[in-house]
Design a protein around this ligand. Structure first.
Ligand SMILES: [Zn+2]
Length: 458
């Protein structure tokens, strides 16, 4: 990329005019970090995740507001620091202050963010910050750092057609709307502030307003915008950092204000929730989705189940089957139970909870888990360990979590992903298996983790 050089030439030319410009040359020109994804793959991944967000979030098609966001975004896109991704802008009806960007360009702004901004420059600051995450490719950079082995293979697989999210999910890499592409490191935050401030100044807005807005969100311990601050953690001294950066920039007039902000804020404040919004696919309704898997997908709302041995929460659109007294149950949606050609029913989507080794006396967690996996492999010859056991807490005590691949009874699924959770109880080893079609696994890990976190023992 030769952008930094042309930028420096501009700076030198300006030096002849303005004495303060020597400092300008010290401004850093940030570049994206190492990345397994190509920029085109950023765009494809972002578009697929965008389609998911459009289906699962209350996205509002208010033309006036979206046109306004697009106008502000286009001003920022003229900055060379915006890179060349195809940005587009969406409004989400949400009382929580937040904003997020997906790889390759989709930007989402919550309605509450517009209401919380004091002026147009503050809203432009949020956009510039989000667009900087895209331009600097923070999402896929972070994913690349965290999946050094599995990601290159998954991306290679993704080149043979199909969806990017589906290919990544088959490798246990979840890139749904709630996944790590939305959570940034403090380094990434500092970079987004820095780059965003440059973009703002290039577009004619005072970068300090971005820092002031973030500072406002952090007042009173951040109660005003907990979600935003967890997605965009404060790198520290935001205002001071922008002030120092500003001192290195050439003098500019910040006069880009369109004057439309008060009107837009008024429109947003009177906006009704979108009528077509459905929080989760209703059980039993296939909607526009194909196959049975999405119908079976666990709802985000959970409900409680108690046996003699443990309590847990499970998705409200799944049902409990089995012997509640013994604690051996299958919890699944109707469409998650699949009848094979031999007439036997197997679980294609759902969870199983039971005890193993109940009659063998005391059980060691790690060796017991290995024996259980060997046992499961006898029953499912295609089963392999995808991710070795890692230590977790289950109901306040030591547990293990192992990811397995197995045959999926759904004909369109290349394989199933089984998340195995084990912990030792007086009754033997309690195990839970979350059985998931491979293409679905990326979408449901958050719900599974919530279920695991809900386990308590009497
Ligand atoms: Zn951020």
């Amino acid at each position: 990329m030769n952008m930094p050089i042309s930028r420096r030439i501009l700076g030198t030319a300006a030096a002849a005019v303005c004495g303060a410009v020597l400092l300008h040359a010290e401004l850093k020109y940030l570049k994206p970090g190492f990345n397994f994804f190509s920029p085109q793959q950023d765009i494809k991944l972002g578009q697929e995740a965008e389609a998911q967000v459009m289906k699962t979030q209350p996205v509002v098609n208010n033309k006036e507001v979206v046109d306004y966001l697009t106008l502000l975004g286009k001003k920022l896109q003229k900055s060379p620091r915006a890179g060349s991704f195809p940005f587009n802008y969406h409004l989400i009806y949400d009382k929580n202050i937040n904003a997020f960007a997906l790889p390759g360009g989709p930007i989402f702004i919550n309605s509450a963010t517009i209401l919380a901004a004091d002026n147009e420059a503050q809203l432009v600051g949020v956009l510039a910050h989000e667009m900087s995450h895209v331009a600097l490719r923070h999402g896929t950079h972070e994913a690349s750092k965290q999946n050094l082995i599995s990601l290159p293979a998954a991306l290679a697989g993704a080149m043979f057609g199909g969806t990017m999210l589906g290919s990544l999910a088959q490798y246990g890499l979840g890139f749904g709307a709630n996944s790590l592409i939305l959570k940034f490191s403090r380094d990434a935050e500092a970079q987004a502030d820095y780059n965003g401030a440059e973009m703002m100044a290039d577009a004619g807005y005072n970068p300090l307003e971005m820092a002031h807005f973030f500072e406002k969100l952090e007042a009173n311990g951040g109660k005003m915008a907990p979600q935003f601050l967890s997605d965009h953690p404060n790198p520290g001294n935001r205002v001071k950092a922008v002030e120092e950066e500003l001192q290195q920039m050439p003098q500019r007039d910040y006069n880009a204000n369109t004057g439309e902000f008060p009107h837009i804020k008024d429109v947003v404040s009177r906006m009704p929730p979108p009528g077509n919004y459905k929080a989760a696919p209703a059980p039993g309704s296939a909607g526009s989705q194909d196959q049975t898997a999405p119908v079976a997908r666990p709802a985000a709302s959970l409900t409680s189940f108690s046996s003699n041995a443990y309590s847990l929460e499970y998705p409200s659109n799944w049902q409990v089957y089995g012997d509640q007294q013994s604690g051996a149950v299958t919890i699944a949606p109707g469409s998650g139970l699949v009848k094979g050609s031999d007439g036997a029913t197997s679980v294609g989507y759902g969870m199983i909870a039971s005890f193993y080794g109940a009659d063998t006396g005391s059980v060691n967690l790690r060796t017991g888990t290995q024996q259980l996996i060997q046992q499961l492999q006898k029953e499912n010859p295609q089963m392999t360990v995808a991710k070795a056991a890692r230590s977790i807490r289950v109901g306040g005590q030591a547990g293990l979590e192992t990811v397995l691949y197995s045959h999926s009874p759904y004909p369109d699924e290349a394989r199933g992903v089984d998340l195995l959770v084990t912990t030792v109880r007086p009754q033997g080893m309690l195990y839970l298996v979350f059985v998931t079609p491979g293409s679905e696994y990326g979408q449901v890990q958050n719900v599974y983790q919530r279920i695991i976190g809900s386990i308590t023992f009497q």
